[in-house]
Design a protein around this ligand. Structure first.
Ligand code: MLT
Ligand code: MN
Ligand code: ZN
Length: 297
């Protein structure tokens, strides 16, 4: 399976358009690498490609990735569909960019499908898509020979969801386990993780590579950039990297798995390759990669 990291930043990207913090300023000055909003493309056969989430930057991301260019017919595309991990704006709004592409298939968990119902109706009027339940028993197989199971990992409801639909439900956020039957390679994709669980330990242990939520390095870092930021950060439901109960301590239990942080917020010092945070993560053997990197499993 080929995996391309199309984008590696959290919602807003890096630099974020309305953020004047030191890190965003450094990115605008070209001193730190910019990052587009988090999104992944993968394929088992090099012909049929699938997106993991659809970021608002998807047009630029597809344009920057030759394997995803259209052809050979004038409206042919190697894109077959999208696997959504949640209903957050930075993971679903890219679907509007893809409108009109015939025969796309979109997988999502039941609460995500429900809250997207109006958008689904709107998108289907450009070209009907197939909307499938990612949590259906037995998982599913993607064209190209990839076997997928979805795993509930969080109950965080997006801020825009009306109260009537914001039911407590442990399936709002899922991770995907994707296995290439030909190579045996297994990818675990978990860009939104509110708290660690035994399930994540089991999934990490048997994956060759994990792409994990690296939104925040510390539990209150947004508080140092904007007023009321710490409270907003707590409501966002992302387990921080550092700390005794952070994700880095959990990843340290899985040294044989390739471990990569993604969905980096613009406040996260990991966006700076020279930061102490970056050195700490590297010392544990965990990676932070730039946009556009491709690897095989
Ligand atoms: C998140 O990852 O928590 C969301 O993308 C937040 C947001 O939509 O701003
Ligand atoms: Mn996000
Ligand atoms: Zn910033």
């Amino acid at each position: 399976m080929r995996v391309v990291l199309l984008g590696t930043a959290a919602g807003g990207g890096f630099p974020q358009w309305n953020c004047a913090c030191a890190l965003c300023a450094a990115a605008r000055d070209g001193k730190l690498p910019s990052r587009t909003q988090e999104c992944v493309a993968l394929t088992g056969n090099g012909r049929d490609w699938w997106l993991l989430n659809a970021s608002p930057d998807i047009r630029a991301q597809l344009t920057a990735t030759a394997a995803l260019w259209p052809g050979p017919g004038p409206r042919d595309t190697p894109l077959r569909g999208v696997l959504l991990t949640d209903a957050e704006a930075d993971h679903v709004t890219g679907l509007t960019v893809l409108r009109g592409a015939p025969d796309l298939k979109v997988y999502a968990a039941p609460p995500v499908r429900t809250v997207l119902a109006p958008a689904r109706g709107a998108l289907d009027s450009y070209a009907p898509w197939e909307w499938a339940d990612s949590l259906a028993d037995g998982g599913f197989v993607l064209a190209g020979g990839l076997v997928v199971t979805a795993h509930p990992v969080g109950a965080k409801v997006p801020a825009y969801v009306p109260a009537a639909l914001a039911e407590p439900d442990g399936r709002w956020v899922t991770a995907y386990r994707i296995e290439d039957l030909a190579t045996g390679g297994v990818l675990l994709y978990a860009p939104c993780v509110g708290s660690w669980s035994d399930v994540l330990d089991e999934l990490c242990a048997e994956a060759d590579c994990v792409l994990l939520d690296g939104t925040f390095f510390t539990a209150r870092e947004m508080g140092t950039t904007v007023r009321s930021g710490a409270r907003r950060q707590a409501a966002m439901g992302h387990l921080p990297v550092s700390g005794a109960h952070g994700s880095l301590a959990a990843l340290a239990r899985h040294p044989r798995t390739r471990r990569i942080y993604t969905h980096l917020n613009n406040t996260n010092p990991l966006v700076d390759p020279a930061s102490r945070a970056r050195a700490q993560v590297a010392a544990e053997g965990v990676e932070v990669l730039p946009d556009g990197i491709e690897f095989a499993l």
